[in-house]
Design a protein around this ligand. Structure first.
Ligand SMILES: *Cc1c(COP(=O)(O)O)cnc(C)c1O
Length: 358
């Protein structure tokens, strides 16, 4: 059996979503965030389709090198910077822009001769993951500007709670960033997707949209469509069996679900081995012939089962959509107790990816 399980990546939807990002911040430049293999969509394909982006943000040097080897010309920002001095050779060679978030990195720059770099200085305004405390930032900036290794410095920070539009911690973070307004830097950046779409106070010279480019909403209890975003990934498979089972018969591992009556049960060739979350409860929908149909029983590695009582005509070979066009990934993520980011990133390598432009 060849597996019909595949992810269709709609590059036109991706470009549409970048246009929406531009409309929300017409005066800003956009650093498209494509770390983690383009949030699972294929990093190089995403970068090529987003040729209108002003820069790309990635997590690691390996990701950045893949972009350069594919001929991507834009600025590439290393969101986690570097850890060791020898990484600077790659940063120099591939003309990457590291984020400086720790004094140890400044010491490395001061001690390692080489060309002058364009870089970013990250301020910790309250996320408490990476960054320099606001009160230490002026001194760190002075050190950088005095270092022959530094050509220019842009200032950035990252929002911790912007996905919750009710949480005014975001305003507190912006206020702390504004205490650095009189520092002499080339540019500033605050907003991720949630900042761009929901917090106009976070707009500045650069925005860094990630999840919204892939069509998912950054906000809790909302879907991308509400922001005019279009889903980029549609995850599909097919029915490989339709069986009838009697009243009270258990379905799948552990028999966690039992047939309330004699009924048809469909089997779909997708499971957690493909990245579909094992934790969704019975009742989580898939799309079959455009109709929502509930999953029953536990998701297994290669398969999951459907209640076909409302689909008397369903037959082997019918296409099933797990998320994407017509079924928001945010909804499946909520059912699985996680966020769309995780589901999109975790589609596994055994799923075939096809890239389309419509
Ligand atoms: C991942 C990331 C982003 C993008 O965040 P989204 O919520 O996906 O828009 C922006 N900035 C930094 C520093 C990041 O790590």
């Amino acid at each position: 059996m060849t597996r019909a399980t595949r992810a269709t990546i709609n590059l036109r939807a991706l470009q549409h979503n970048l246009t929406i990002a531009r409309q929300h911040a017409p005066g800003s430049r956009l650093m498209a965030i494509i770390k983690a293999n383009g949030y699972g969509h294929g990093m190089v394909e995403v970068a090529q389709a987003l040729d209108d982006a002003d820069a790309f943000g990635v997590a690691s040097i390996d990701e950045a090198i893949s972009l350069r080897e594919a001929g991507i010309p834009q600025a590439v920002v290393l969101l986690e910077g570097f850890v060791r001095a020898d990484e600077l050779r790659l940063i120099d060679g591939y003309q990457l822009q590291p984020v400086i978030h720790h004094p140890d990195q400044i010491a490395i720059l001061e001690q390692t001769p080489g060309p002058a770099l364009d870089l970013w200085l990250k301020v910790d305004t309250g996320m408490h993951r990476l960054g320099i405390a606001p009160q230490e930032t002026p001194a760190m900036l002075t050190r950088l500007l005095n270092c022959p290794r530094v050509a220019s410095v842009r200032l950035m920070t990252h929002l911790a709670n912007a996905d919750d539009r009710e949480d005014d911690y975001t305003l507190e973070q912006i206020r702390r960033f504004e205490t650095l307004d009189d520092l002499s830097v080339t540019a500033r950046s605050i907003a991720n997707s949630a900042g761009l779409l929901g917090w106009s106070q976070s707009k500045s010279d650069w925005a860094r949209p990630g999840i919204m480019l892939y069509g998912a909403s950054p906000f809790i209890n909302s879907v991308g469509e509400q922001q005019d975003l279009q889903p980029v990934m549609t995850l599909r498979s097919q029915l490989i069996a339709v069986n009838r089972h009697g009243t009270g018969e258990p379905i799948g591992y552990g028999g966690s679900w039992r047939c309330p009556e004699a009924m048809p049960v469909g089997v779909v060739a997708i499971g957690y081995g493909d990245g579909y979350p094992r934790h969704v409860p019975s009742g989580t929908p898939v799309l079959l012939g455009g109709k929502r149909v509930p999953i029953v029983g536990r998701v297994s590695m290669d398969m999951l089962c459907l209640d076909l009582r409302e689909c008397p005509d369903a037959t082997i070979g019918d296409e099933v959509i797990l998320w994407g066009e017509g079924l928001p990934v945010e909804e499946i993520a909520t059912a699985a107790g996680t966020i769309a980011y995780e589901l999109l990133c975790k589609v596994t390598s055994r799923v075939d990816f096809e890239y389309v432009h419509h």
